[in-house]
Design a protein around this ligand. Sequence first.
Ligand code: HEC
Ligand code: HEC
Ligand code: HEC
Ligand code: HEC
Ligand code: HEC
Ligand code: HEC
Ligand code: HEC
Length: 344
Amino acid sequence: MRICRVLLVSLLSCICMSAERGQETVTCARCHQKQASTQPGTQMGHAMQVPGDNDTLRAHPELTFRREQYTYTVKTQNGQTQYIVSDGTHSISIPVVWSMGAQAQTWLLDHNGRMYESLVSYYPSIEGLALTVGDDRLEPKTLEEAIGRPLLEEGVTTCFGCHASNAVIGHKLNLTSLKPGLTCEHCHVDAGAHLASIAQGDWTVFPPELKDLSSEDISNFCGQCHRTWELVVRAGWRGTSNVRFQPYRLAISKCFDGADPRISCIACHDPHQKVVRGASFYDSKCLACHSPAMSAAAPHAKVCSVAKVNCASCHMPKVPFPGGHFVFTDHDIRIVKPNEPYPY
Ligand code: HEC
Ligand code: HEC
Ligand code: HEC
Ligand code: HEC
Ligand code: HEC
Ligand code: HEC
Ligand code: HEC
C-alpha cells in the first residue's frame, strides 16, 4: 500500500487546482516542495545555460586565449556573448547560444549551418580559457578549423540529450521544446502523465519509484549520462580519464554489490541536492557496512585499523583529470598504496 506523505498537501492543492485550473500551470513544486526547492539549483539543474542566464560569462565579460597564430576572445555585453577567433588578419564571430556545463563551460557554436564544439572552454580553477578537454590533438590549419571540433548530428543530439531536457524527441533534436539543464521530467519519465492525470482527478498514475531500484539498476540509470560500466569496458576507455565515469569506477571496487542498496549512488547522493563536499558526510555511509555493529549484515566488510573518520579522504582519492583543470573523486573505493599505478 502506498503510504502517502504528500497526500495532505496534495489534497489541499487539488482543491485549489480545481478552482484555478486553466489560469495557472500546475507544477511539480505544488506537491513536491522538498525536491522542487533545491533541484533547480544543483549542477545538474544548470548543466546547460542560455544567454541572459549565464552568471559565469556575466562575471567575466572579456576572456581571451592564444594558441599559435589564433586568438580567442569571448565577449559578453548586455547578456549576449560572442565567440571570436582571429588569425591577426581575419576573424570569425559567432554568437554563443548554448553553454554546456554548470561550472566549466564549453560552447556549441552554429557557424554557417554547421555545429562546432568550441576549441576553448572556460575553467573555474584558472578563471579563464584553455583548450577544451580532448581537443589538444586538434591542429587547425584554417580559421574555420580553429573554431573547434565539428560535430556530427548525432554528437549534437547526445550533447543536448545529457545537458538539457525535452531536447530529444524520438531520437531527433527539437530545439523548440528544449529546456536548459535537467528538469524533473528528464529523470522521472512518466511525470507528465502523472501530472495530467492528477489534474483530471485521477490519483492512480505515478512515475516509477526510482528509490527501490537495485544499486546496479541505479548505476545504469545514472550511467545513461555518467556512463555505465558496460559502456566503459566495451569502449576500452583506460587510464585516468575514466575517473569521471563513477558507475564504472564504483563497479570495480570490492565494496560494490549490485543488490545491496547501501552502495548505490543514491545511498551517498541525493540527486535533488548539491553534492556534499567534505569526507565526513560520507562516514556514516561507509560505516553502514564497515562497523562491528554491522558485521551480521555485511560479514565481509572489515573494520579499519587506521582511522575512524573521514574514510573517503584516504579510500576515495582525488585524481586530476588529464588536461581538464579539474579533479574527480575516484569511486573505486580501495586501500590506496603509495606509488601504485592507477587501477584500470
Ligand atoms: C497535485 C499534487 C501533485 C503534483 C502536482 C505532482 N505530484 Fe508527484 N505525486 C503526488 C502524490 C500524491 C504521489 C504519491 C506519493 C507517495 O506515494 O508518497 C506522487 C508521486 C510521485 C513520484 C513517485 C514517488 C515515489 O513514491 O517514489 C514522483 C517521482 C513524482 N510524484 C514526481 C512528480 C513530478 C516530477 C511532478 C511534476 C511533473 C509531479 N510529481 C507532480 C502528487 C503530485
Ligand atoms: C540526463 C543525464 C543525467 C542523469 C540521468 C544523471 N546525471 Fe548527474 N550530471 C549530469 C550532468 C550533465 C552533470 C554535469 C553538470 C555540470 O557540471 O555541468 C551531472 C553532475 C552530477 C553531479 C555533480 C554535481 C556537482 O556539484 O559537482 C552529481 C553528484 C551527479 N550528477 C549525480 C547523479 C546521480 C546520483 C544520478 C542518478 C541518480 C545522476 N547524476 C543522473 C547528467 C545526468
Ligand atoms: C552521455 C551524456 C553526456 C554527453 C553526450 C555529453 N555530456 Fe557533458 N557531461 C556529462 C556528465 C555526466 C558531466 C558531469 C561531469 C562528469 O562526471 O563527467 C558532464 C560535464 C560536462 C562539462 C563540465 C566540465 C567537465 O568536463 O566535467 C562540460 C563543459 C560538458 N560536459 C560539455 C559537453 C559538451 C559540449 C557535450 C557535447 C558536445 C557534452 N558535454 C556531451 C554528460 C554528457
Ligand atoms: C538526475 C535525476 C533526477 C532529477 C533531475 C529529479 N529527480 Fe526526483 N528522484 C530521482 C531519483 C534517483 C529518486 C529516488 C531516490 C530518492 O528518493 O531521492 C527520486 C525521487 C523523487 C521523489 C520521491 C521521493 C521520496 O522520498 O519518495 C520525488 C517526489 C521526486 N523525485 C520529485 C522530483 C521533482 C519534483 C524533481 C524536479 C524538481 C525531480 N524529482 C528531479 C532522480 C531525479
Ligand atoms: C554495501 C556495503 C559497503 C559499503 C557501503 C562500503 N563498503 Fe567497503 N567493502 C565492503 C565489502 C563487503 C568489502 C570486502 C570485499 C572483499 O574483500 O571481497 C569492502 C572492502 C573495502 C576496503 C578494502 C578494499 C581493498 O582494496 O582490499 C576498503 C578500504 C573499503 N571497503 C572502504 C570503504 C569506504 C571508505 C566506504 C565508504 C566511502 C565503503 N567501503 C563503503 C562493503 C562496503
Ligand atoms: C588516514 C587514512 C585513512 C582513513 C581516514 C581511513 N582509512 Fe581505512 N585504511 C587505511 C589504510 C592505510 C589501510 C590499510 C591498512 C593495512 O594494510 O594494514 C586501511 C584499511 C582499511 C580497510 C581494510 C581492512 C582490512 O582488514 O583489510 C577497510 C575496510 C577500511 N580501511 C575502511 C575504512 C573506513 C570505513 C574508514 C572510515 C571510518 C577508514 N577506512 C578511514 C587508511 C585510512
Ligand atoms: C559510498 C559513497 C558514494 C557512493 C556509493 C557514490 N558516491 Fe559519488 N561521491 C562520493 C564522495 C565522497 C564524493 C566526493 C565528495 C567531496 O568532494 O568531498 C563524490 C562525488 C561525486 C561526484 C562529483 C564529482 C567528483 O568526482 O567529485 C559525482 C558526479 C558523483 N559522485 C557521482 C556518483 C554516481 C553516479 C554514483 C553511482 C555510480 C556515486 N557517485 C556513488 C561518494 C559516493
